[in-house]
Design a protein around this ligand. Structure first.
Ligand SMILES: NC(=O)c1ccc[n+]([C@@H]2O[C@H](COP(=O)([O-])OP(=O)(O)OC[C@H]3O[C@@H](n4cnc5c(N)ncnc54)[C@H](OP(=O)(O)O)[C@@H]3O)[C@@H](O)[C@H]2O)c1
Length: 443
């Protein structure tokens, strides 16, 4: 007989109420309440269950919220939701890798209550141990909203592509960065100005560092890596470089070479192990990923039988993120449950991670040097010595003793060799500034 790992409520129980406790009534929590209130009948048809929000928790009870919380028990301490007999499923929509979010998830799983979370930071840092706890307690831990918001990429990776060996998964995993990069390209503006504008429009947080320094994308990438390759979540080994150093000049040169710049998260299986990296990339302008603009996210997953599959949509915001949370709630209520990362924790294999220095690829390099005779010859000599082969070179001269940009692209080379070459070039008398290097994606 087929059994699901957590089916106490199934379609035979149609019409029965499922009591939900929501921790966090901010952007995502409010969105979830709106869907549950507006789509009551639709959700009942799909889940076979009536959802009832019986309890909520937030920091400030007196805050004005755009939905009514009447009839719901309020908890100042979110962890109390786990022990409320009137709560059968817990939604953790607070955020943060530790603290109350983690305590609540652990308490709810220990109390054998299913948990749905949108919290990528929590899963990136503690995903494997939480998955183990969920398995021990035989309850689901679901997190569709944690990666790429409204795009159902977790389900696609875990179930839709489960017949494939995945070779690579990559994508635009942070809408704030994508908005900034596409605006810089369209307006020719500088990073700082466009960031200010993004903050003004609500696309970037007051403290935008998690987004623009690549940490948020790295959280999501570490989850995708685990889903793709059946490894424990290993956020610590993700190489992370954000977009602060991307200049208007780099974007203009990229355009000239037929590229756009995107912040990509890439997880790839090679003979040496798994590469996990988040950094700005030059992507050819005709690729699907180069044409993802503004706050949108996109993920490309490559499987041996399916080939390349592309998923695009809104990666954040009230509606899209709540849509993913509610999809998890319905799956759980309907008894459709898989191991957290696609395979049981005991079956995960810890494949070695390949350091970024061993990455082999093509590169864009921009040098800022004084326009003097012999500069190009000196640069060429360093590249020759480090066996870095130049594909094309462009100099924008202004006149003797003025700082000029020398821009070049390389053939495939190991990153460590290029880094050595750039360190030598930085020591030249004619160098004005640190050399700038951007990886060219092979898509
Ligand atoms: N926003 C998005 O587009 C998006 C997209 C994908 C994933 N996520 C994830 O979804 C989660 C929630 O994000 P959000 O944007 O909805 O955040 P938010 O708008 O800042 O809301 C956070 C909520 O958590 C409550 N809270 C904070 N600390 C608490 C505590 N110690 N105890 C109880 N409640 C507490 C806040 O209470 P008060 O309202 O009383 O201050 C607020 O209601 C995060 O993990 C985030 O990464 C968000």
């Amino acid at each position: 007989m087929l059994t699901s790992i957590w089916p106490p409520i199934n379609l035979e129980n149609s019409g029965r109420d499922m009591k939900i406790g929501i921790a966090g009534v901010g952007t995502v929590g409010i969105g979830v309440i709106k869907i549950l209130q507006q789509h009551t009948q639709l959700l009942n048809q799909r889940a076979g269950t009536n959802f009832e929000i019986t309890a909520v928790s937030g920091r400030d009870r007196s805050k004005n919220r755009p939905v009514s919380l009447d009839g719901m028990t309020w908890y100042d301490n979110a962890v109390d939701l786990a022990s409320d007999d009137n709560v059968e499923m817990v939604l953790e929509l607070i955020g943060g890798s530790d603290g109350v979010a983690k305590e609540l998830c652990e308490a709810a799983l220990k109390a054998e209550k299913p948990v749905v979370t949108a919290n990528k930071a929590l899963l990136a840092v503690h995903g494997t141990e939480l998955a183990r706890l969920a398995e021990e307690k035989n309850v689901p831990l679901a997190y569709e909203a944690a990666v790429a918001g409204g795009i159902p990429i977790v389900k696609a990776m875990r179930e839709g592509l489960s017949g494939n060996a995945i070779s690579r998964v990559y994508g635009i995993l942070n809408g704030t960065c994508n908005y900034i990069l596409t605006e810089m390209e369209e307006t020719g503006g500088d990073f700082g100005d466009i960031l200010d504008e993004a903050q003004h429009l609500g696309y970037a947080e007051a403290d935008p560092s998690f987004d623009i320094d690549g940490v948020d994308a790295a959280h999501k990438l570490s989850i995708l890596t685990s889903l793709a390759f059946g490894t424990p979540v290993d956020f610590e080994s993700v190489y992370i470089e954000g977009i602060r150093a991307v200049s208007a000049e780099d974007i203009a040169f990229a355009k000239e070479f037929g590229y756009r710049i995107r912040l990509l998260g890439v997880a790839r299986k090679t003979e040496k192990g798994i590469e996990q990296r988040v950094h700005p990339c030059m992507v050819r302008k005709e690729t699907a990923i180069a044409n993802v603009s503004g706050v949108f996210n996109a993920v490309v997953a490559e499987g041996d039988f399916v080939d390349s599959t592309v998923y695009e949509g809104r990666g954040a915001g009230e509606g899209p993120t709540a849509s993913a949370v509610v999809a998890d709630i319905i799956d759980i209520a309907a008894g459709r449950v898989s191991p957290t990362f696609g395979i049981p924790v005991d079956k995960m294999v810890d494949i070695p991670k390949v350091p970024v220095e061993e990455h082999i690829g093509r590169y864009y390099v921009r040098l800022t040097v004084y326009d003097r005779p012999g500069v190009i010859a000196d640069v060429s000599a360093v590249f020759r010595d480090e066996e870095v082969s130049i594909e094309s070179l462009l100099q924008r001269g202004r006149g003797p003793e003025e700082a000029v940009s020398v821009v070049l692209t390389t053939h495939e080379v190991q990153e460590a060799a290029l880094v050595r070459a750039l360190a030598k070039i930085r020591e030249f008398d004619h160098s004005v500034d640190d050399p700038r290097m951007i990886r060219i994606a092979k898509l």
